[in-house]
Design a protein around this ligand. Structure first.
Ligand code: DON
Length: 314
């Protein structure tokens, strides 16, 4: 009986090519103009096991920006900075059922705090909590966190994507000002400075391999699988994983939990970070998105893999 890793080696390229056709059912994000330049037919994946062996298929060398995937890491950093209580006075713990950039519930539901840290409003609130004397210090800490977790100090912001979002983020700007009005962003907080840190962390450029190595740490409860060193407190990883299940794929999180059954976080650049607990970290990219903002081909590929190898955690 061949082990799962060698079965994966055989099956991965085949499942990837079968899923690639689903890219044509999606559309590359255009509301951040620079993202519209991504190759819409691309699909790539990297899977890393706990020993650090890597399996890749398709367009796994494609670089892309993390976008919303960065939100799970800024959440963990804010929890490490301030603890649970302080973070969860500013942001809730519930899915919304609305789009990731929706403003609806901020006005409709008291006390007007974002429902969870993974929608845009919630992530902007979390970004405002990060410690640091200046915006540059705060973003520097986020980038250092990624350097430490990936072991790759060359990770940096894609300036063109950052500028492109900064220029066109009218909706995020209105969300952030609304948060200020609701006192989620406090008196001293400069809205534009918070947004600047947020746009920068969304624009950190990675490839599937980076996502797989980050996911592998979450798969290992926050400890580096190579050294055993606890990089992120286990409790904060537990909280984050729970959000990944309930809100990580936005208002398609229930569907993804049923079809793939894995904690995951998507981004509008087409990236998905997911993992099989205790076994694999996985990074996927497929820039063509469905109406919920998730990669069409990427979601299909993960669902097929999970079914084939019985990965659902449920
Ligand atoms: O704030 C935005 O709209 C983007 N920087 C990130 C949104 C995102 O990735 C939503 N994911 N599916």
């Amino acid at each position: 009986m061949p082990n799962e890793w060698s079965q994966l080696q055989v099956k991965l390229p085949q499942l990837l090519e079968e899923s690639r056709v689903y890219a044509s059912r999606g559309k590359v994000a255009e509301y951040i103009p620079e993202l519209a330049l991504a190759p819409s037919g691309a699909l790539g994946i990297a899977i890393m096991n706990m020993k650090g062996d890597l399996l890749t298929a398709g367009d796994c060398r494609l670089s892309f920006t993390m976008q919303s995937i960065s939100k799970i890491f800024t959440l963990m950093l804010a929890l490490m900075d301030l603890g649970e209580e302080a973070v969860f006075t500013k942001v809730g713990k519930e899915p919304t059922g609305d789009d990731f950039n929706s403003m609806l519930k901020l006005e409709l539901v008291e006390p007007g705090i974002p429902f969870n840290p993974l929608i845009n409003a919630g992530a902007i609130a979390v970004t405002s909590l990060l410690r640091g004397a200046t915006p540059a210090d705060r973003f520097g800490r986020v980038l250092d966190f990624f350097h430490m977790l990936t072991g790759d100090d060359s990770l940096q912001v894609n300036e063109a994507v950052y500028q492109s979002e900064k220029r066109t983020a009218h909706r995020n700007r209105s969300l952030a000002y609304f948060l200020k009005e609701n006192e989620v962003l406090d008196e001293q907080t400069d809205v534009e400075e918070v947004l600047d840190v947020y746009f920068r962390h969304c624009a950190i450029e990675v490839n599937c391999r980076h996502l797989a190595s980050l996911a592998r740490i979450l798969a290992n409860q926050g400890a580096d699988p190579a050294t055993g060193r606890q990089l992120i407190p286990r409790r904060y990883v537990q909280i984050t994983k729970t959000f990944m299940i309930s809100c990580g794929m936005y208002n398609a999180s229930g569907e993804f939990a049923i079809q793939a059954g894995l904690p995951a976080k998507s981004g509008v650049s087409g990236g998905i970070l997911t993992f099989v607990p205790g076994r694999y970290g996985i990074g996927v990219v497929g820039p063509a998105l469905n109406s919920k903002g998730n990669s069409t081909a990427g979601v299909h590929l993960l669902e097929q893999l999970s079914r084939t190898f019985d990965w659902s955690i449920f």
